[in-house]
Design a protein around this ligand. Structure first.
Ligand code: UD1
Length: 364
C-alpha cells in the first residue's frame, strides 16, 4: 500500500491580483497566469487617456474597475489574494513637467496605498513593474575604465555628436551592458517615480517581512501595444507610421542601442518572479533586468519593421530629443541564473509578428 500522507502536495496555484491588468503588459501577464491555471483578479482604473475602449468581458477573471490610489478600493481588491503583480502605472515620458504630480500620484502614492493595504491584509508577496529608466544613461568603458556619462549637451547634439565622449581622448565611449548593481540615475519624472516605487517596496519588505521582486523592463513591444498616446515608445510609433503608409522617422543617426523584449517574455518573467517570491526569505527585495539579451539599434528596428510590413524605408532625420539617453542595454543574466527565465521570442520573429499585429484601440 502506498502511503500518500508523506507525498508532498503540489504547490497550490496562487490567487493573483494584477493591477493594471487591462493594459498592454498587465493583459499579457493575465493571459500567462490563466494559462498556468492560476486564479486571477484584475484591478484597473481604465483611465480614458490610456484606454481607447472598454475591454471585452472575460469570464475567466474577476475584473474590478477602480484606482490603486484609493485605499477602500485596494482593500476590497486584496481580499483573498496571495500575490500582487503591480503593473498599474502612468508610463512614458509624458507631455511636459505639468505631468509631474500625476506621475507621482499614480505611481508613488498608488504603490504606497497598495503596500499599506497589503500590510494590513497580511499579503507578503509582490512583483513590481519597474523600468530600465532607473539607470538613466547606460554604462560605458573609457580610458579611465567604467563610467556613467552625464546628460548630453545640446551643442554636441546640434553638431551631430550623439555618442557620449571620453573626456580624455575625445573618442566615443564603449557601451556596456547595465547590471542591476550599476549606479541609478533617474533623469525624468517617470524614472524617479519608478525608482520611488522600488524604494517603497524595499521599505515595505523590510518593515513587514514581505518578499518583493522589481522587474526592470527594457523596451517592451508586441501585439496590443498602445498607439497614439504621448506615452508611446518608439516601436509603437514606427508601427503606427507604417500603418498610415508613412516611413518611420528615426532620430539622431539611428545607431542608438536598445534591447527590444517581447511582451510575452515580459509576462513569463513576471510568472517566474511570482514563483520566486514563494520560497524567498522574509524581508527580501531583489531587482532584475528584463531584456531579450540581444542588442539592436533604433535604425535596425525601423528597418526590420519596414521590411516586414512591406512599407517605406525609414528616414533618418538627425533630429534629437533633449533628454533621450544614447545607449541603454541590459544584462538579464541575473534573471536567467536565479529565476531560470529564458526569452522565447527572437528579434526577427518578434518584429515580423509586430509589423502586422493589432495595436490597442486609439485614444480619442
Ligand atoms: C523607453 C520608454 C521608457 C521605458 C524604457 C525602457 C517611452 C516613451 N519610453 O525609453 O518608458 O522605461 O524604454 O528601457 O515609452 N526615437 C526615434 N523616433 C521616434 C521616437 C523615438 O528615433 O519617433 C528614438 C529616440 O530618440 C530614442 C529611441 O528611439 O533614441 C527610444 O525612444 P523611446 O522608445 O521613446 O524611449 P526610451 O528612451 O527607449
Amino acid at each position: 500500500m502506498t502511503d500518500t500522507t508523506t507525498a508532498s502536495p503540489a504547490a497550490a496555484a496562487p490567487h493573483l491580483l494584477v493591477t493594471g491588468g487591462a493594459g498592454f503588459i498587465g493583459g499579457a501577464v493575465v493571459e500567462a497566469a490563466l494559462a498556468r491555471g492560476w486564479r486571477v483578479r484584475v484591478l484597473d482604473s481604465l483611465r480614458s487617456d490610456v484606454h481607447g475602449g472598454l475591454p471585452a468581458a472575460d469570464p475567466r477573471i474577476q475584473f474590478l474597475v477602480g484606482d490603486v490610489t484609493d485605499p477602500g478600493v485596494v482593500a476590497h481588491a486584496l481580499a483573498g489574494i496571495d500575490v500582487v503583480c503591480h503593473q498599474a502605472a502612468k508610463v512614458g515620458l509624458g507631455v511636459d513637467f505639468s505631468d509631474a504630480p500625476d506621475y507621482v500620484h499614480s505611481n508613488e502614492v498608488g504603490t504606497a496605498v497598495l503596500l499599506a493595504g497589503m500590510a494590513t491584509a497580511g499579503i507578503d508577496r509582490l512583483v513590481l513593474a519597474s523600468s530600465m529608466v532607473v539607470y538613466g544613461e547606460g554604462s560605458y568603458r573609457g580610458s579611465a575604465g567604467f563610467t556613467r556619462p552625464g546628460p548630453r549637451l545640446a551643442a554636441d547634439l546640434d553638431a551631430g555628436v550623439f555618442d557620449p565622449l571620453d573626456p580624455a581622448t575625445g573618442q566615443p565611449l564603449e557601451p556596456l551592458l547595465v547590471g542591476e548593481d550599476d549606479p541609478l540615475d533617474p533623469r525624468n519624472v517617470y524614472a524617479s517615480s519608478k525608482l520611488g516605487q522600488e524604494y517603497l517596496a524595499t521599505s515595505w519588505s523590510r518593515s513587514t517581512g514581505g518578499r518583493a521582486v522589481a522587474l526592470r523592463y527594457h523596451n517592451v513591444y508586441g501585439p496590443g501595444m498602445p498607439q497614439n498616446t504621448p506615452y508611446a515608445g518608439v516601436a509603437s510609433l514606427f508601427r503606427s507610421a507604417l500603418q498610415r503608409g508613412e516611413a518611420p522617422t528615426v532620430f539622431e543617426d539611428g545607431r542608438q542601442r536598445r534591447d527590444f523584449v517581447h511582451v510575452r517574455d515580459i509576462a513569463s518573467a513576471n510568472l517566474a518572479a511570482v514563483d520566486w517570491t514563494e520560497p524567498a526569505p522574509a524581508g527580501t527585495f531583489r531587482a532584475f533586468n528584463v531584456g531579450s539579451g540581444t542588442v539592436h539599434t533604433i535604425g535596425d528596428m525601423a528597418t526590420a519593421l519596414s521590411v516586414a510590413a512591406n512599407g517605406p524605408a525609414p528616414v533618418v532625420t538627425g533630429e534629437y530629443r533633449l533628454g533621450d539617453v544614447r545607449h541603454i542595454t541590459a544584462s538579464s543574466q541575473r534573471l536567467r541564473d536565479e529565476l531560470g527565465w529564458e526569452p522565447s521570442m527572437s528579434f526577427e520573429a518578434g518584429m515580423l509578428e509586430f509589423a502586422t499585429a493589432p495595436l490597442r484601440a486609439a485614444v480619442l
